[in-house]
Design a protein around this ligand. Structure first.
Ligand code: G4P
Length: 526
């Protein structure tokens, strides 16, 4: 197969959702359709199964929270699908944000009872930064949820994106009869606890067909006709181009646990979702069909075995063909790197592979050379952009409780930060070290791993900080002056970039007003 054909057949995406909306359940159903797993139903046992296969760290086993972002590859109707899983727990949101830099599109799951929740809003903001195409799946239609029109309005309002329903529910909760596929004009009737993968849909080109009344009852039939008229009247025709530019989100309704409405969505997904796209670097745009290989690391995961410091770096291939054992230019590093142990993730199994193509994610065994954001190329010196750090929300000062283990602590902190577990800021004054995270749980993870893997003991002391803002100014003199006058609040991030540590929102606003020439950024890339 030619490189272009390989690229065309790939779809790399992630499912994002507020916890409990049904991401795990939907993932399982997609794997079922892809033939990657065999048993339907029993979500719980499959969930545990998925967890044990992707949980590589001791801590995950203890907590039963999947910290890992694993990759599930499978084939469906001749399309190679790479599904990147994201941690369900919101304390690991930063991990999810980074995963979103490695996908070409996302499916967003929304619970029809709860509507748009806070985590969904945050994730959508990240998608918007990169104009990532979004398909929306409104889930749990077997429950009495909110009115579908209200849900669509809420998605538009809260997520700030136009929507276009491509399927429409007939009833809801106990009265849920099925979904009508507006795109293909097919009716899909609901059988509760549907455990098989059925494709026996009844096609209705003409909704006036009296058979419809017989099938779903006259009341539902009339309602559906009215709804379809209204939707076709209110919403403009679905334009794939608008979706691909991230301007409009097609919406599907269904019930993941009942395996309902899922294959409507999957079939449309493989038709409209983008194959691997071009990506920006600091020097030029890289097209996927360029013959020379390039890619970037978006995640690093510590190996489960504490006796070995091996880590797995997840590399997204952006162009050309990646080959095992070939030396590649590690743009940030001093020497070329060659990987003999290259893993690809097919369904829930890992397998050693010899080559991979744009859109694919491979796992590289690494002994500490790679860090998040690193670019590998076949020679060219360029760095993929768009893998920023976001300002953390919780800050704690690192206090070393065992002075004999200072070196171990430094090393451990450095490595954990390279893995992206949290962000480290070092104050210019007094060299105090502050760890910033988006959730409480990471502090426990860090404390546990420092002890377990590096034999270092730390405590975290609360700090009254609101945000870390990366600062810049066109005039170097003014920046130096600002840094001098505010030096108690100036720190450096892992890349030695200047950061202003703001104590409160109002105070930050005041400083911003007083220093209009200084730019304050909430992500590390600007
Ligand atoms: P998450 O990964 O987004 O956190 O959500 P997950 O799939 O784990 O689903 C959260 C809960 O919602 C699960 O119930 C799951 O069974 C349920 N669920 C998923 N899809 C549907 C649906 O279409 N309809 C209904 N009614 N429920 C759905 P749980 O009680 O937490 O676990 P379990 O005991 O059912 O496995």
């Amino acid at each position: 197969m030619s490189l272009t054909e390989e690229i065309k057949k790939r779809r790399t995406f992630a499912i994002i959702a507020h916890p409990d909306a049904g991401k795990t359940t939907l993932t399982e159903k997609l794997l079922l359709f892809g033939g990657a797993i065999q048993t339907a139903g029993a979500v719980k046992s499959n969930k545990i199964d998925t967890a044990t296969k992707s949980d590589w760290m001791e801590i995950e086993k203890q907590r039963g929270i999947s910290v890992a972002t694993s990759v599930m590859g499978f084939e469906y109707k001749d399309v190679k699908i790479n599904l990147l899983d994201t941690p369900g727990h919101q304390d690991f949101a930063e991990d999810t944000y980074r995963t979103l830099t490695a996908v070409d599109s996302v499916i967003m799951v929304i619970d029809c009872v709860k509507g748009v929740e806070i985590q969904t809003e945050k994730l959508m903001e990240v998608c918007r930064m990169r104009n990532t195409p979004v398909i929306c799946f409104i889930n749990k239609l077997d429950r009495e949820g909110r009115d579908p029109y209200d849900l669509l309005d809420e998605v538009e309002e809260k997520l700030n994106i136009k929507v276009r329903p491509l399927s429409w529910p007939i009833g809801m909760g106990k009265g849920f009869k099925g979904v009508y596929n507006l795109y293909e004009k097919k009716l899909n009737l609901f059988t509760p606890s549907q455990r098989k993968l059925s494709d026996d849909r009844q096609v209705f080109e003409n909704l006036d067909d009296p058979q419809l009344d017989a099938l779903i009852g006259p009341g539902n039939a009339t309602q559906l006709r009215e709804d379809v008229d209204l939707i076709e009247g209110v919403y403009p025709d679905f334009d794939v181009k608008d979706y691909l530019e991230g301007k409009i989100a097609p919406v599907f309704f269904g019930s993941a646990v009942n395996n309902f409405g899922v294959n409507e969505m999957l079939d449309t997904f493989i038709k409209i979702a983008p194959s691997p796209k071009s990506r920006e670097t600091d020097v030029r745009e890289v097209k996927p069909d360029e013959p020379k290989f390039s890619g970037f690391v978006f995640k690093i995961h510590a190996n489960m075995d504490p006796n070995h410091r091996n880590r797995i770096a997840f590399l997204r291939i952006c162009s050309g063909k990646f080959e095992r054992n070939k030396p590649y230019n590690h743009v940030r590093g001093p020497k070329p790197l060659r990987f003999s142990n290259v893993t690809q993730f097919m369904a829930q199994d890992k397998e050693i592979i010899d080559e991979a193509f744009p859109g694919d994610i491979v796992g590289l065994y690494d002994t500490g050379n790679l860090k998040i954001g690193d670019t590998l190329t076949e020679g060219e010196n360029m760095v993929f952009t768009g893998i920023p750090s976001f300002s953390p929300e919780i800050f704690r000062e690192v206090v070393n409780k065992d002075a004999m283990k200072t070196k171990q602590l430094e090393k451990g902190l450095k490595q954990l930060m390279e893995e992206g577990v949290a962000q480290l800021f070092t104050f210019e004054m007094g060299q105090r070290k502050v760890v910033g995270t988006v959730g409480q749980l990471q502090f426990e993870v860090i404390q546990f791993r420092l002890k377990n893997e590096y034999n270092a003991t730390v405590e975290f002391h609360p700090m009254n900080l609101y945000k870390a803002c990366w600062i810049s100014c066109k005039d170097k003199k003014q920046l130096d002056e600002f840094v001098r006058s505010k030096n108690r609040y100036i720190a450096r991030d892992k890349d030695d970039k200047l950061v202003f540590m703001a104590e409160s929102k109002s105070w930050l606003q005041m400083v911003q007003d007083n220093y209009p020439e200084i730019e304050f950024h909430f992500t590390s890339e600007f």
